[in-house]
Design a protein around this ligand. Structure first.
Ligand SMILES: Cc1cc2nc3c(=O)[nH]c(=O)nc-3n(C[C@H](O)[C@H](O)[C@H](O)COP(=O)(O)O)c2cc1C
Length: 459
């Protein structure tokens, strides 16, 4: 059976994820594996139609496709995202239709689920028979049990493809709206009060709703809004995954393009940041993905702490809860406050005018208050993964993170809370005695709320 492997790592042959494929290849040499480094060669595939078509021809010949990729910022890397965009832009969905798909990733399990949700949506859009995903932790392959688990998944996948088992799509096709925004001129009376307002968008599409939304939003301010297109930022290429930034936050591209200066001088110095973009397949554009991936020179340290972050999005975001989760996680992990998200999924233009106006007003008000909403499961849980990884196995690679985490009290391990440990020891011992246990259970509800009641009573 021909199995096409679409290697989504910018590292090409040196990809960690690809080693899983190589292992499968060794154990099951009876299949014909054709591996294409589509992320690494994205420039060529963009420029050279013949090279792109050659990959598509191979997919057409295959019975099974393995999407093999590393996690990058809750998704695939910008190069792989671009490859997916090229499939749709070139009208090549036909070659994927009916092929069996397995999504294989390696990561530290930080938002691996959102990447897999995304890729499953893409497989559904391509009419593939999506078998499932395998989300490996980077070094699972070195463990005997994990290797066995991985093989079982692959063997089931290959058997399913050979047998042509039935599969069902999970994600219905997106229904793009037909609303055309006709903005009215706002009063332009919002004073940013000396704060820097930065509006970033991915590309100029005159006459598109997004362009009108950007202008209408900015026109709410009496001045001081800087609007920058990401296409105007000098970005030489996507993150290469080399992790050289881990020691001192110095990117391999340093001195070769303008990304670092742009991020340090514009993004980090803004007080209110508005990110604007159109939905492209089931995410934003690959240009936006490039912006996020390249910001990895900051590694796992938040760089937008205390800033107000808002999103202006054109397209069916309401049908993409996965993307909403990614946007929410981004703000939280950056320790910024997400002011809100305004889309063009509205009843009419006056409603959109009002929403954009309110977004502008609220971003200034919350900046004045210094308000940052508390994190939820995404931010709190995500940060624990980073904390443990940076303190542990990743520390020698990401030394800059370790310094940052130490300096800013990120190492809030519960083992260090000696008071709680003492209470736990005492209570765990005492509750072994039946009379105390009985009294404990009777008083539990009342005691749980006691410290909170005290705060209310003292007010
Ligand atoms: C720019 C960048 C972003 C990353 N983002 C994530 C992430 O969101 N979640 C995660 O678990 N790992 C993330 N990682 C870690 C990689 O997914 C992981 O190291 C992977 O095994 C690399 O695979 P590869 O060698 O096949 O490229 C990121 C790494 C880089 C360089």
């Amino acid at each position: 059976m021909i199995v096409v492997v679409l290697n989504g790592s910018p590292k090409g042959d040196r990809s960690v994820t690809l080693q899983y494929v190589r292992y499968l290849q060794k154990i099951h040499p009876e299949h014909d594996y054709r591996i294409f480094p589509v992320a690494r060669q994205i420039g060529k595939l963009e420029r050279d139609q013949r090279a792109f078509d050659a990959v598509m021809d191979q997919v057409a010949d295959a019975a099974a496709v393995i999407w093999s990729f590393p996690l990058y910022y809750c998704l695939v890397c910008s190069q792989y995202k671009r490859f997916i965009e090229l499939i749709f832009a070139n009208g090549r969905r036909d070659v994927f239709r009916g092929k069996y798909a397995l999504a294989l990733s390696t990561s530290i399990h930080f938002f691996d689920h959102t990447a897999h949700n995304y890729l499953q949506g893409i497989c559904d859009d391509l009419g593939m028979n999506y078998f499932g995903h395998y989300s490996a932790e980077m070094y699972d392959l070195v463990r005997t049990g994990e290797r066995e688990r991985f093989l079982k998944c692959c063997e089931n996948f290959l058997a399913a493809a050979a047998a042509g088992i039935p599969t069902a799509p999970r994600y219905p096709p997106l229904r793009p709206g037909s609303f055309v925004y006709e903005p009215t001129s706002p009063r332009g009376d919002i004073d940013p009060e000396g704060r820097k307002v930065l509006l970033l968008y991915d590309e100029e599409r005159p006459g598109a709703n997004l362009q009108k939304m950007i202008h209408a939003f900015a026109a709410n301010f009496s001045g001081g809004v800087e609007v920058i297109a990401l296409t105007d930022v000098d970005i030489k290429g996507g993150c290469l995954g080399c992790c050289r930034c881990g020691l001192d936050n110095v990117c391999q591209y340093e001195g070769q393009d303008g990304y670092r200066e742009f991020y340090d001088e514009k993004v980090k110095k803004a007080d209110i940041i508005i990110m604007a973009g159109e939905i492209r397949d089931r995410y934003l554009s690959s240009r936006w993905k490039l912006f996020f991936d390249r910001s990895f020179f900051n590694t796992h340290a938040p760089t937008l702490k205390g800033k107000q972050l808002a999103w202006i999005i054109s397209g069916p975001l309401g049908q993409l809860p996965n993307l909403m989760e990614i946007l929410s996680a981004y703000g939280q992990l950056q320790q910024a406050n997400t002011v809100g998200i305004v889309t063009d999924e509205v009843a009419d233009s006056p409603q959109l005018d009002a929403l954009l106006g309110e977004l502008a007003r609220r971003s200034v008000r919350l900046a004045r208050q210094g308000y940052v909403a508390p994190g939820d499961y995404l931010g709190v849980g995500g940060m624990k993964i980073f904390r443990d990884e940076v303190w542990g196995r990743l520390r020698f690679v990401f030394q800059a993170d370790h310094r940052h985490y130490k300096r800013h009290g990120f190492y809030d391990f519960p083992q260090k809370d000696f008071k709680t440990r003492g209470v736990n020891l005492l209570m765990c011992t005492m509750t072994k005695f039946p009379p105390f246990r009985k009294r404990f259970l009777e008083a539990l509800e009342k005691e749980m709320v006691r410290p909170l009641k005290k705060v209310v009573a003292d007010k």
